[in-house]
Design a protein around this ligand. Structure first.
Ligand code: PGA
Length: 248
């Protein structure tokens, strides 16, 4: 990858007006000219609050999901245009929790990525195998299938997206893929991107799944790991800052 790494926090369904204020204040007070790009993907209900709190900050705003539809009778959904209204720069699509609990298919994830790009928002497309898939030797097959679904985006180049490799068994479990295990999958994804576009080196491939202050430096030192998608550790200012400092 050429360019800066990206460290993105995924707050998931956590936070409150008070907690968000304390968290963002804590991160911002320790953040001086970061050597990487930094984003926080916050719950949709707090986009307005976080947009205001981040107004003069290098930290960019992200969302955790977006509707595949443009507008209309889709109760409960949030459109890319709405996200754009709040200055959203990134949106996570196809997180394994969405795939698992909301039965999102590869095609839906691709439609969401497409919708985000059409509105000038960079999708962070998540891929990753479950424990049983890994144990059955299906890791490569699964992540390649998930990435293949987004490779052909009408009118957009795959190089405009961010990819996040998140082994499902490592999310929120404290079990991290070893740097070598992660790098192996990242290399597979990089090769797939290379075959699809001459601009594959622009695509940032993040690692996610129990990345924390203790293991970030080693993971981020791997050749094809271009940043991190951080859940639990992004809710602790000092831990998130340590991870950011490790991304250069
Ligand atoms: P985790 O979550 O860092 O808490 O494992 C990562 C993610 O699900 O994005």
């Amino acid at each position: 990858m050429t360019g800066r790494k990206l460290i993105a926090g995924n707050w998931k369904m956590n936070g409150s007006l008070n907690a968000n204020l304390a968290l963002l204040k804590g991160i911002q007070s320790g953040l001086q000219a970061p050597a990487c790009d930094v984003a926080v993907c916050v719950p949709a209900s707090y986009l307005a609050q976080c947009q205001a709190l981040l107004a003069s900050s290098p930290i960019e705003l992200g969302a955790q999901d977006v509707s595949q539809h443009e507008a209309g009778a889709y109760t409960g959904e949030i459109s890319a245009v709405m996200l754009k209204d709040f200055g959203v720069r990134y949106v996570i699509v196809g997180h394994s929790e969405r795939r698992q609990y909301h039965a999102e298919s590869d095609n839906q994830v691709a439609a969401k990525a497409q919708r985000a790009l059409a509105n000038g928002i960079t999708p962070i497309v998540c891929v990753g195998e479950s424990l049983s898939e890994r144990e059955s030797g299906l890791t490569e097959e699964v992540v390649k299938r998930q990435l293949a679904a987004v490779i052909h985006l009408n009118g957009h180049c795959i190089s405009e997206i961010v990819v996040a490799y998140e082994p499902v068994w490592a999310i929120g479990t404290g079990k991290t893929a070893s740097p070598e295990m992660a790098q192996q999958v990242h290399a597979v994804l990089r090769a797939q991107l290379k075959a699809a576009t001459p601009h594959s080196d622009r695509v940032r491939i993040l690692y996610g799944g129990s990345m924390n202050a203790g293991n970030a430096a080693e993971l981020l030192a791997q050749q094809d790991i271009d940043g991190g998608l951080i859940g639990g550790a992004s809710l602790k200012p000092q831990d998130f800052l340590t991870i950011i400092a490790a991304a250069h």
